[in-house]
Design a protein. Structure first.
Lengths: 364, 131
């Protein structure tokens, strides 16, 4: 992709004061004035994110469940009721992560997937390569947009703007479930560690919904706040925390890999071999005790020995400390230091998530 | 457009310099710079007593987005730093040209001040960078 593509809401973001940056081939809002205030709005009230750059892909066919059972590292057999969502990685045969995604069970011959922006083209190409063996079709839905509404008051504000039928279906949703009405698709999912909805709707209706949400007191939030929120919530970011060169087992995502039974999914043999070898790098949460800011690619030290690096780092507005995720050697000790511009600063290992539903999960 | 006080001098790397007389100057980053950086969360200042050359990296400002080096605008010795920034780096966001000052220098040659940009030239420099 050469030029940065413009999402449909581009002009609306600019009108609302957004500072725009290139991201995954798109021209996206990074913040609308203060990233920290946007972050707090989501933790304390309600905020919204334009996630139209992410892609919805519909997978159809009589054998679509069998197709996904082979394609994904997590097991779609866990999806027993319509609307249920599952987080999974899609792997290369060598175990490297092609993408992480959410897949929804819509009907026996229809599953819906939401994949990352920067990986969309390769994801579709990969799936189209695998699908014919299962007579399944892979249909990118570039006609659909998506708005994430997140925060303790997000669902209430959003429900008030839905059609009667959509509202009655969405109001009763349990976490990680979705409902549809006409062309609208509402999931009780998100990427912030807060309650909320991700609303998929015809792209032509996104501007109207965005404006009505803003009028209802939902604060527009940029990619900056989205990143600090997901980092506090301990959620991985594709391209930073994992990519095609690492496996989910080395990325804190072992919980998303269903290895029970004999299911033959792409990458399984490689993961089994990595497990057998037994020296899988560990993926950990870290907190910087003193002042400074953790950033991706900063080196981690165990004494004089370099044992890994920060994969995602930043400032946590909730904790008012710097936090991060890191990949370290299997035999790294617990007393780690980070090299920030030549200074070695002590790190504390912490359990993710650090913030959940507005509350810090650790003592500082 | 951000605020550019006319009594200050400026560098291309978005520092401002205030002439305090007797070869002393106060240095900070401009309102334009803080706006580009976003919410500041950490500031690393030079040591008092350090002798720094113009163009050297002498401080770091980190926002929620990224770390950015601050280059020393003139040759001189650091005589004072704004300790209050350690606890309140966001002061630079709210008041870049006054409370958000970063450090003071005793210049080697006060005449070097004349080599810096005035407000008008700096405004033009910012304008050109936008395009």
């Amino acid at each position: 992709m050469s030029a940065d593509r413009k999402i449909v809401l581009n002009a609306v973001h600019r009108e609302m004061g957004a500072r725009m940056v290139p991201f995954g081939g798109w021209d996206m809002p990074v913040h609308y004035g203060s990233q920290i205030e946007e972050h707090h709005a989501v933790r304390r009230d309600a905020g919204m994110f334009d996630v139209c750059h992410m892609s919805v892909v519909d997978l159809r066919g009589e054998r679509v469940r069998e197709f996904l059972s082979h394609l994904l590292a997590n097991d779609v057999a866990k999806l027993k009721t319509a609307g249920r969502a599952l987080y999974s990685c899609m792997l290369r045969p060598d175990g490297g992560v092609i993408d992480d995604l959410i897949v929804y069970y819509m009907a026996d011959d229809w599953f819906r997937m939401v994949v990352n922006a920067g990986t969309t083209e390769k994801d579709i190409a990969w799936m189209q390569e695998q699908a014919p063996a299962f007579d399944a079709s892979v249909e990118p839905r570039f006609d659909l947009g998506m708005i994430a509404v997140q925060g303790p008051n997000a669902r209430d504000r959003a429900l008030g703007l839905m059609s009667d039928d959509m509202r009655s279906a969405a109001a009763g949703l349990k976490p990680f479930n979705a409902a549809t009405d006409g062309h609208w698709f509402v999931g009780r999912t998100g990427y912030t560690g807060e309650d909320g909805f991700e609303i998929v709707l015809p792209e032509s209706e996104t501007e109207d919904l965005w404006r009505r949400l803003a009028a209802a007191g939902v604060r527009p939030c940029g990619l900056g706040a989205r990143d600090t929120l997901r980092l506090e919530a301990g959620m991985n970011l594709y391209g930073q925390d994992m990519d095609e060169t690492v496996t989910p087992l080395a990325s804190g995502l072992a919980w998303t890999v269903a290895m029970d039974g004999e299911r033959d999914f792409i990458g399984r043999a490689a993961l089994a071999a990595q497990k057998a070898a037994g020296d899988i790098p560990r993926f950990i949460g870290v907190l910087l005790e003193g002042r400074g800011v953790l950033r991706s690619h900063q080196k981690l030290l165990d004494g004089e020995r370099e044992v890994g690096e920060i994969t995602s780092g930043g400032f946590s507005p909730t904790l008012e400390r710097s936090i991060g995720m890191a990949r370290v050697a299997a035999d790294a000790g617990d007393q780690l230091q980070v090299d920030i511009r030549g200074k070695k600063l002590p790190l504390r290992r912490v359990k993710m998530p650090l913030v959940r539903n507005g509350k810090a999960q650790i003592e500082l | 457009m951000s605020n550019i006080p006319s009594e200050l001098k400026y560098t291309k790397t978005h520092d401002w310099v205030r002439d305090e007389g007797d070869g002393k100057v106060t240095v900070g980053i401009t309102d334009h710079a803080q706006e580009l950086l976003g919410d500041l969360v950490f500031v690393e200042l030079p040591e008092v007593g350090a002798e720094i050359n113009a163009g050297d990296e002498c401080a770091v400002v980190e926002s929620v987005k990224a770390a950015s080096d601050v280059y020393c605008p003139l040759n001189g010795e650091v005589i004072e730093v704004n300790e209050a920034l350690a606890d309140a780096p966001e002061t630079i966001n709210s008041d870049a040209f006054d409370e958000g000052w970063m450090f003071r220098l005793q210049l080697v040659d006060a005449g070097e001040l004349d080599g810096l940009m005035d407000a008008e030239a700096y405004a033009e420099h910012c304008e050109n960078e936008e395009h």
